[in-house]
Design a protein around this ligand. Structure first.
Ligand SMILES: Nc1ncnc2c1ncn2[C@@H]1O[C@H](COP(=O)(O)OP(=O)(O)O)[C@@H](O)[C@H]1O
Ligand SMILES: [Mg+2]
Length: 232
């Protein structure tokens, strides 16, 4: 079992937070203590003069942890752009040691820590320091969340290749239907192509869920969580 797992995606909006919430909930049901981390969140709205990191808050609600927000989400920005760009625009220097030490403190305390990126794997956190570099420095394995339909083969294989080129372990891919694309011929054939060419398991296929309080939702994520737990 891995102590820390990084959830990345082929793009923004593919369902990283949705999948992380499902996994955290399932792992908790299975008896594990789980903590999330969202090192940098951009596009935060402002409420009473404070920035609200929506993803970090969803993850915290799922994990039901009582940790300082600044440990789980050390950096948050208003501008809806890559972290390095938002930091620059807002005159903030991102100190990666601050993120590392927050991660270490959390991961020492919990069975599993889930870290969600921002956008995809080659997004810059600070200047030319990418999420890829961060994942490598923390020696985290990754799960890639991808779209299920047309176009996903290219994006998913590129993400797998980029991770492997840096020596990062890819545990698997989750094909998540955030946009309710349904079940066309590409959706039916993509998993096999990704598994074959990517030499990687498609660990989960997550349908569009209008309602997450269903037995099917729980079952999908429990099965997925068991696969995550069995990875070494
Ligand atoms: N399988 C799904 N079923 C229903 N809604 C989903 C699903 N996956 C994602 N969504 C919704 O799509 C939007 C984008 O998903 P999100 O997890 O925020 O993406 P990301 O974290 O990759 O940017 C959110 O509103 C989320 O609730
Ligand atoms: Mg997200």
């Amino acid at each position: 079992m891995h102590k820390g797992i990084f959830i990345t995606g082929t793009d923004t909006g593919v369902g990283k937070t949705f999948v992380a919430v499902g996994l955290i909930t399932a792992l908790k049901k299975l008896g594990y203590s789980v903590c999330p981390m969202k090192p940098v969140e951009t596009g935060c709205r402002s409420l009473n003069g404070r920035l609200v990191p929506a993803d970090a808050l969803k993850l915290i609600c799922a994990a039901e942890v009582d940790e300082p927000l600044n440990s789980i989400n050390p950096y948050r920005f208003r501008q809806p752009v890559a972290p390095a760009v938002a930091a620059d625009l807002e005159g903030v220097v991102i100190n990666r040691q601050k993120i590392f030490s927050a991660y270490r403190q959390l991961s020492d305390k919990y069975d599993i820590t889930f870290v969600e990126g921002a956008g995809g794997i080659m997004v810059p956190i600070w200047r030319n320091y990418l999420f890829l570099d961060f994942i490598k420095d923390l020696k985290l394995p990754v799960v890639i969340v991808a779209r299920p339909g047309l176009g996903t083969i290219n994006h998913t294989l590129l993400s797998i290749e980029a991770a492997r080129n840096r020596g990062i372990k890819v545990l698997g891919v989750v094909l998540n239907d955030a946009l309710k694309t349904g079940n066309d011929i590409s959706v039916k054939t993509n998993p096999q192509v990704i598994e074959h060419i990517g030499r990687i398991p498609v660990m989960g296929k997550v349908a569009y869920f209008k309602n997450t309080r269903t037995y099917t939702y729980q079952k999908v994520f429990c099965q997925f969580a068991e696969k995550i737990l069995s990875c070494d």
